[in-house]
Ligand binder design. Structure first.
Ligand code: SF4
Ligand code: SF4
Length: 409
């Protein structure tokens, strides 16, 4: 794609980065076929190619409007288009920079700014846990989109006292420990069964994704630097061998720290070092499948459907590895159509854009149902889990919780 950059874009790092990505796009439109927002809304401007044009027009000098911004907002950042694109267009990075540049040029309305600020502050707040407990009590009086985000908590249970030579950090994130404490606890127990202990670092710390996706770039960058300053010394001193992620959304975001910190050379280098040690829990457990199977005390559920989150399959490329591990552990995975498509959760997207998120959820659940009867749906990201659970009575769980359950007496 040929570009004719406006002067401000020619003279800015962001403009140059956008230009480099745009030049790879050949307008073929293959990406349209796998774009969930395009499939629901049917408007070219809500497709990857349409959004690419809007960003191109902006760097070529056209003043963006609130309508252009809405089209970028409606992107689920699933990156299905990146997996599909034959030309290797880095759409995700293009959108991240494009949204930031547009946020400087288009002022959002008061209500929208307030909504984004409340969400960002609320989810990062130290009193988030209290709000969750209160929300569960008054569930029937709060808006359905919020009530859907409050799953019935499964208790954490007892943590192992094992002290193995191998140690990893399982970061305590922002919302997951409050909404579903069983996931971190199950991760720690399963790792323990594989001969790996979790290093004790109890302070909650968001990876920065929540703030980033709600236009709060500065606090997001602060959170990234804070995590780097906490985690890198532990890795360098040999106290831990890896940072283990059990939420694919957080893992995918942390793996992009070097990109987000690209204007800060010192932290870019530290981030590159860190990323080498960031592992999804499936990556860490892959070599231990048989050892774990030997310790199973119960049977796995008969038939389950594995929903691969976009942040696992399209961002991190870890779908085959996770499915291979699950199969080696003995899961009988039911195949279903459109497994590449987003379920509509996408972080806070499902709260901000239920008109797209809900039809995508229902479409995903219908596809799973059409694949045959399942006893449970398993996944690798709590956001997908709560979103899907709000539309079905079939239990939706993190796969690590199911493995933990069959390891327990
Ligand atoms: S598939 Fe790739 S090259 Fe083709 S229009 Fe989409 S982004 Fe551009
Ligand atoms: S990231 Fe997902 S929703 Fe956004 S344009 Fe690409 S395929 Fe469509």
């Amino acid at each position: 794609m040929q570009t004719n950059l406006a002067e401000w874009a020619r003279n800015s790092h962001d403009g140059q980065a956008i230009d480099e990505i745009l030049r790879k796009c050949v307008h073929c439109g293959f990406c349209q076929a796998t774009c969930p927002s395009y499939q629901i809304l049917g408007n070219e401007l809500d497709s990857p190619r349409g959004r690419i044009y809007l960003i191109k027009e902006m760097v070529e000098g056209k003043t963006p409007t609130a309508v252009s911004q809405q089209h970028l907002d409606l992107c689920l950042t699933c990156r299905n288009c990146e997996t599909t694109c034959p030309s290797g267009v880095q759409y995700g990075k293009l959108l991240d920079i494009g949204r930031q540049v547009m946020a400087d040029k288009v002022k959002r309305g008061f209500t929208e700014r307030l909504q984004r600020k409340i969400l960002a502050r609320g989810l990062n707040s130290p009193v988030f846990g209290i709000s969750v407990r209160l929300g569960r009590i008054v569930r029937s009086f709060i808006p359905k989109t919020l009530a859907n985000k409050l799953p019935v908590a499964r208790p954490a249970g007892v943590l192992p006292s094992g002290n193995h030579v191998r140690k990893v950090l399982v970061p305590v994130g922002c919302v997951q420990p409050e909404l579903m404490p069983s996931i971190d606890a199950a991760t720690i127990r399963v790792l323990n069964a594989a001969g790996i202990s979790a290093y004790d670092l109890p302070a909650r710390a968001c990876c920065g994704a929540v703030n980033f996706h709600l236009d709060q770039t500065r606090p997001s960058l602060q959170q990234m630097r804070h995590n780097i300053d906490t985690w890198v010394p532990l890795l360098e001193s040999g106290k831990i061998e890896a940072i283990v992620m059990n939420a694919s959304g957080c893992g995918a975001f942390v793996k992009e720290y070097p990109f987000h910190l690209r204007e800060d050379p010192v932290y870019t280098e530290k981030a590159k070092y860190l990323v080498e040690y960031v592992k999804d829990v499936a990556e860490l457990l892959a070599p231990h499948s048989q050892e774990l199977v030997q310790k199973f005390k119960k049977k796995l559920p008969d038939s389950v459907a594995f929903h691969p989150p976009c942040t696992l399959q399209h961002w991190q490329g870890l779908r085959p590895l996770t499915e291979k591990l699950l199969t080696e552990l003995g899961f009988k995975l039911t195949a279903f159509g459109e497994s590449h498509l987003c379920c509509g959760a996408a972080g806070t997207y499902s709260v901000l854009h239920p008109e797209v998120a809900m039809p995508l959820r229902d479409r995903k659940l219908e596809a799973i149902q059409a694949g045959g009867p399942v006893n449970a749906i398993i996944t690798s990201n709590m956001g997908c889990m709560t979103h899907l659970q709000s539309g079905t009575n079939t239990p939706v769980r993190h796969w690590i919780e199911v493995v933990d359950e069959v390891l327990s007496a």
